[in-house]
Ligand binder design. Structure first.
Ligand SMILES: [Fe+2]
Length: 295
């Protein structure tokens, strides 16, 4: 059976990225301390206990999903901003754009009796229009409970990021992201994966998904509606920037205050809505870059 490699929480970025280049997936063991783990569980429990289950085969009929995690959990804000993860996302996605953003937040509880999810590549959400030479995601699943093959550990096909898109894995090529609570699965948008089957009678497998993507792609979870300005004003400037309240490149994401009659809030950087003092043209690239077209 295929395996997902495990590294310790203090592994070097170089070693981590080397495994990801080879397998497109990796587990970092025991990254979170127990206090943060307990905090996140306590903050998310009211939502996971109340939510209705999925209604489609893909989302799972015995699976609960909770989004908008930054608004619902201060602990999840820490996960989103985790320094090692952000450095890795930055380095991994750097060849394909001038920045990255938080793309998706979700707590997923797979309950007893859930069947396995179809294997897929997350990059498919953009409809297959993006060439394979561009990596789109750097993704994480933080284990809030132990993940075992029996309770629904995520299925992953290591190395499948290099496969032809129509190749189907054999059973022995599928690995299971078995890990202890507090560990994190790292994977890319091009690797085949899917939720696991939960064959237990009582165990619930819960993970927190934080996906990062290139800042020139539309986010899967609409961060501006899940975390509108009246919510995001309570976030740190760093977190707001990460979810998209900042410009990508020179002009992506500028906004205009519709109530402004003086013209001082026309075509400005998103940080200005929170009163931050930003030079709207500080990131002005060379004029040649503004008309760059490599197609
Ligand atoms: Fe997925």
């Amino acid at each position: 059976m295929a395996d997902i490699k495990h590294l310790k929480a203090d592994a070097s970025q170089e070693d981590i990225l080397s495994v990801i280049d080879q397998d497109a997936a990796l587990i970092l063991d025991d990254v979170l301390d127990n206090d943060l783990l307990s905090q996140i569980k306590d903050e998310l429990d009211p939502y996971l206990n109340n939510y209705i289950k999925g209604k489609t085969e893909f989302t799972g009929f015995e699976t609960k999903r909770v989004g908008g995690l930054l608004a619902r959990s201060v602990g999840c804000q820490n996960l989103a901003l985790h320094p090692l993860i952000n450095n890795l996302a930055c380095n991994f996605l750097e060849p394909y754009g001038d920045g990255y953003q938080l793309h998706f937040t979700s707590a997923v509880s797979i309950g007893p009796g859930e069947s396995k999810q179809i294997l897929h590549r997350d990059r498919g959400i953009w409809g297959g229009y993006i060439p394979r030479k561009i990596e789109t995601h750097f993704s994480t699943i933080w284990a809030l409970t132990d993940f075992t093959k029996e309770n629904g550990a995520t299925q992953v096909v290591p190395g499948s990021h290099k496969w032809d898109k129509d190749k189907t894995p054999s059973e022995h090529e599928i690995a299971y992201a078995e890990m202890s609570s507090g560990s994190v699965l790292l994977y890319t948008g091009t690797v085949l994966h899917g939720g696991g089957k939960n064959s237990t009678d009582t165990e619930i497998r819960t993970g927190v998904f934080m996906h990062y993507a290139l800042n020139w792609l539309r986010q899967e979870e609409n961060q501006y509606l899940s975390h509108p300005p009246e919510v995001a004003k309570n976030f740190s400037p760093e977190l707001r920037s990460l979810i998209g309240y900042s410009k990508g490149g020179y002009v992506l994401g500028f906004y205009t205050d519709p109530d402004d009659k003086k013209g001082t809030m026309d075509s400005v950087s998103p940080e200005r809505i929170f009163g931050e003092k930003i030079d709207d043209f500080s990131s002005l690239p060379p004029q040649s870059d503004l008309v760059k077209d490599t197609s």
